[in-house]
Design a protein around this ligand. Structure first.
Ligand code: AHR
Length: 509
């Protein structure tokens, strides 16, 4: 008989603290994410503030620690002052990134109130495309200064006496992209970002700033060059560098597709190397080194056709089981790199390439909702460096995203694993990428013994293409029978094909 696969857990082999912001999300003024998603004043499902209560409940269960707002590409033509003050006096503008009319009925104050209701920290992106550094400074003043200057007083006048104390701010979005309004080259972006940062920090020295790193890997666009310039120029200034990644099953090849989170992991390691090199030369006082923020990631390909890229129903993707496994793969990769990745934001929260899908008369949870929910509610503490021994496969050459360069992966393990250790409790996350085979696995503790009941949560479905809809939930988290052990150094578990499993229990001395 074939030897079992092995997963070795060693609570002494620690990678780094898992930051709760790894399970963040993103709300952009795009399609029906805001209007018709989180906010729909004329709906019977909404409260008197226009907040969709069914959507709100689903969002709350995701335990979202941090939410990026208001874009995305949207932000590069957004002037935040359009979205404050009495609603009947707000101007409607042309929205140029996604070709909509922006009524500005939802703006900074509404977003901050929403964030408080769902218990998330707001993370605002400033407009470094068509916007000025002065506008960025004034937004920090409006949000974070208690009283005195004009914009702080304006916030008070509009009914918000206390400052919002917004900690996280990003300096523009995807400024490397030629599609970005106000696109700049890396040197010019760095100069503008540095000057914006100066004004914003003079206004509130406690804020954390995120630089726009490379957002895509196109054959004719060198992402490493962009990141190297931005890191070198802003090494003393910013706290994070933002990276973005969207993948899709373009060739309808399951095995290629489910390996794509490993590419994100490779990119993480390359950027980590660049950061370490720059940190040797940086003058940061007692501030932390720069960390990586994967502040947009997801699966986005079916709705990349020209006619569905813009307008009121832009980017309304439906997800299946293989997509959920890819999301679990991204989350495992964040945990495995928890020393350097301190923020990640799924793009986006509702309707627009999103875990929650709403129509006028109801909502449902997409397949990708479930892995994010499990991680956000369970993966705390320290990330462990797990040893995995199992069979592996090689992929063909394939395209991750439509415009991306081709990639190829060797030795992709069928089992993809991450683990967290927190106050004597270990949580192990295992994807079985094998489409057909159950993988019998010995789970071994190197230090201390497994003891008591291990809770088991599984995400799976009838087949890899299974989707959810308003009237059916084919893919969801199911709590399985727990594994009962008594002070043992190992136990066996059978991971079913195309599944994600979370095991949670105690390690004692
Ligand atoms: O999330 C959708 C879009 O993807 C964002 O607006 C942009 O930043 C990225 O290209």
């Amino acid at each position: 008989t074939a030897q079992n696969a092995r997963i070795k857990i060693d609570v002494d082999r620690q990678i780094g603290e898992i930051n709760k912001n790894l399970f963040g999300n993103f709300v952009e003024h795009l399609g029906r994410c805001v209007y018709g998603g989180i906010y729909e004043p004329d709906s019977p499902l909404s409260d008197d503030k226009g907040i969709r209560l069914d959507v709100l409940d689903a969002v709350k269960e995701l335990n979202v620690p941090l939410t990026r707002y208001p874009g995305g590409n949207f932000v590069s033509n957004y002037h935040w002052k359009d979205g404050i003050g009495p609603k009947d006096q707000r101007q409607t503008r042309m929205e140029l990134a996604w070709a909509r009319l922006e009524t500005n009925q939802f703006g900074t104050d509404e977003f901050v109130e929403y964030a408080r209701r769902i218990g998330t920290d707001p993370y605002l992106a400033v407009n470094l495309g068509t916007g000025t550094i002065e506008e960025a400074q004034q937004w920090v003043e409006y949000c974070n200064v208690k009283e005195g200057p004009y914009y702080a007083e304006l916030r008070k006048k509009y009914g918000h006496p206390e400052p919002y104390n917004i900690k996280y701010w990003s300096l523009g979005n995807e400024m490397d992209g030629f599609w970005q309004m106000g696109h700049l080259n890396a040197e010019d972006y760095s100069k503008k970002a540095r000057e914006a940062a100066k004004l914003m920090r003079l206004t509130d020295p406690s804020i954390k700033l995120v630089a726009a790193g490379a957002s895509n890997f196109r054959p004719n666009n060198d992402p490493h060059e962009w990141n190297a310039t931005v890191l070198s120029e802003l090494k003393d200034v910013v706290d994070y560098i933002a990276l973005h990644m969207y993948v899709g099953n373009h060739q309808d090849n399951y095995y290629n597709f489910v390996s794509s989170p490993l590419v994100l992991e490779e990119r993480t390691k390359v950027v980590k190397g660049m950061i370490l090199r720059e940190m040797e030369k940086a003058d940061r006082g007692d501030r932390d080194p720069i960390y990586i923020a994967w502040d947009e990631y997801n699966i986005w390909y079916r709705w990349r056709a020209e006619e569905t890229m813009t307008g009121d129903r832009a980017l309304e993707e439906r997800y299946n089981l293989e997509d959920a496994l890819v999301i679990a793969g991204f989350l495992n990769a964040f945990i495995r790199n928890a020393d350097i990745v301190k923020m990640a934001n799924m793009a986006q929260l509702v309707n627009v390439i999103a875990p929650i899908f709403a129509e006028k008369d109801g909502m449902f949870k997409q397949t990708i909702y479930y892995p994010l929910q499990l991680f956000a509610n369970n993966m705390f503490g320290t990330s462990l460096d797990v040893f995995v021994d199992c069979e592996a496969y090689d992929t063909d050459e394939f395209y991750l995203g439509l415009a991306e360069q081709a990639t190829q992966q060797n030795n992709v393990p069928y089992l993809d694993v991450s683990a967290a250790y927190n106050k004597g409790e270990v949580v192990v996350c295992v994807i079985n990428r094998h489409k057909d085979n159950t993988i019998e696995t010995d789970i071994i503790s190197q230090e201390g013994l497994f003891d008591g009941e291990f809770e088991v949560y599984e995400i799976n479905g009838p087949d890899i293409k299974a989707e959810n809809d308003f009237d059916k939930t084919n893919v969801q988290t199911v709590q399985k029978e727990s594994v009962k052990v008594k002070k043992t150094a190992d136990f066996s578990y059978s991971f079913p094909p195309h599944s994600f499993t979370m095991l949670k229990g105690k390690i004692v001395k």
